[in-house]
Design a protein around this ligand. Structure first.
Ligand code: SF4
Length: 210
């Protein structure tokens, strides 16, 4: 797949798009995008960890004075002995929000699934600046393939990661359970960038996350 073509499709949908050859370039792009940002919310993301952007966010949070970018993350709040729910709530009104996507199609349709709703909520009507960092492996040829990957690969993996022994973990695909422990209670399909916000996609020519 040509990332340049995906970038064009996303621009047509009113996203600002950057293409990075690797994680190092993505980190530099994100650093630049965060100029002037004083606080940031973050969705749980293997992509941010694997790319090194998570470490950068921790570093920015550790700075003092005008250089600091306060990070609202459940992981860092727990590490500081703070209530992680406050991080989720503050992340909704931060200057910016950063996360990956769960899957997207080459035409620029973005899918995200959530067990609580904080990430989907922040993306749809949270911070005015939303940055998606997307490895090439998250991009599927068609909407149908992106959706199938979301339901049958991403959701079961979320259940495994969060230690929820739902049926999909055993079966290896979604069986439409309705258990209280579902990690897929809300799914968003972003067809276009929403108005009056900055939606920025950093496409990375590397496999990142799952
Ligand atoms: S609906 Fe149930 S079976 Fe399907 S992915 Fe979600 S938790 Fe798994």
């Amino acid at each position: 797949m040509e990332l340049k073509k995906v970038a064009e499709a996303l621009r047509h949908k009113h996203y600002e798009v950057h293409v990075a050859e690797d994680s190092e370039e993505a980190r530099a792009i994100v650093k630049d995008l965060l100029k002037g940002v004083k606080s940031i919310g973050k969705g749980g993301s293997q992509t941010l960890r694997q790319s090194g952007i998570w470490d950068d966010l921790l570093y920015y949070d550790s700075l003092e004075g005008d250089d600091r970018i306060e990070l609202f993350s459940t992981t860092s709040y727990k590490a500081k002995g703070l209530d992680p729910d406050i991080a989720l709530r503050k992340g909704m009104t931060a200057d910016a929000y950063i996360c990956s996507v769960n899957s997207m199609s080459e035409d620029g349709t973005i899918y995200n699934v959530d067990g609580i709703g904080n990430r989907v909520g922040a993306i749809i009507y949270g911070p005015r600046k939303v940055i998606f960092v997307v490895g090439r492996n998250k991009i599927h040829r068609t909407k149908e393939e992106a959706w199938d990957h979301l339901r049958n690969v991403i959701c079961p993996k979320h259940c495994i990661t969060n230690k929820k022994p739902n049926p999909c973990v055993k079966v290896g695909r979604c069986v439409d359970c309705s258990l209280e422990t579902m990690e897929c209670k809300v799914t968003s399909k972003l067809s276009y960038a929403l108005p009056n916000r900055e939606y920025i996609v950093v496409l990375v020519n590397e496999d990142l996350g799952y």
